[in-house]
Write a protein that binds this ligand. Sequence first.
Ligand code: SF4
Ligand code: SF4
Length: 306
Amino acid sequence: MDKREVTEYIKAEALRLGFDICGIAKAGPVTGGTANYCNQWVAEGNNATMHYLERNCDKRYNPTLLVEGCRSIVVTALNYTPENPVEAISCYAQGKDYHKVVKERLFMLLKSINEVTPCHGRAFCDSAPILERYWAVEAGLGWIGRNRQLIIPGKGSLFFLGELLIDIELEYDAPFAANNCGNCSKCIDNCPTEALRHGGFDARKCLSYLTIEHRGELPENIGEKMGNCFYGCDRCLTACPHNRFAVATPIAEFRPSPALRQMSSNDWQSLTKEQYDTLFHDSAVERCEYEQLIRNIKECKKDFKK
Ligand code: SF4
Ligand code: SF4
């Protein structure tokens, strides 16, 4: 196979493996002031206690340092939209741990590539210092909206991104040049904590950060802003008109389990450690320890439903 044929083969294989879209970018250092923007964002303290964002900047701004001889970044997206989501938990965490689900498919894709051409690479899904949304734009998948999410035209933003960094040269997609947010500001208007603002995002105020990453006590009166959700927050996603295109994922692993669906408000209020372990075994919710989740449940003032 020549370079063009291998490129077409990779994209076809990605779709066969269940990815919704696949694009390919030429690997190299990030450009266009991205590194300066990220450094400034961190210098202003917007990353809160997520200190991992301050480390490994050399690799974050140049992913070729993550894989010897890296030439290409294959970027994929996998739809996680749950049908009839459980209100208490952010949509992305209702099923199995997405890191594993996405990486399993990426490993299969790497194996498929090696069936037609020798290739060395590594698979990543929110698991290394990679600017995933930047590379998704470079690979032509979509644009970064005012809600800081990657928006795929005609599909929306409820997607997990995954990357294969590989050491073969391919044909590259044109970066996605447009920003289709236009004059819209619905995500900003619907953010209950003003974490999102025009031109910026402050994780210190964000409910996703506070309920998942933040250890210790929650800010006073934050429960009134949590609505019916005590793990994460989806309001800047659900407000986005581009998510009217979202369709329920066919991936069974991303669907909430029957046990999760059956949880009532009373069940959550009396959640035991054993129930937590059973409900969230192999789930992204495990990032939030039992004590933290109980803290959130106690703070969440509303009568959250199934
Ligand atoms: S996740 Fe919630 S709190 Fe965070 S920016 Fe979006 S709407 Fe605001
Ligand atoms: S809600 Fe509007 S401004 Fe926000 S990301 Fe979606 S289109 Fe862009």
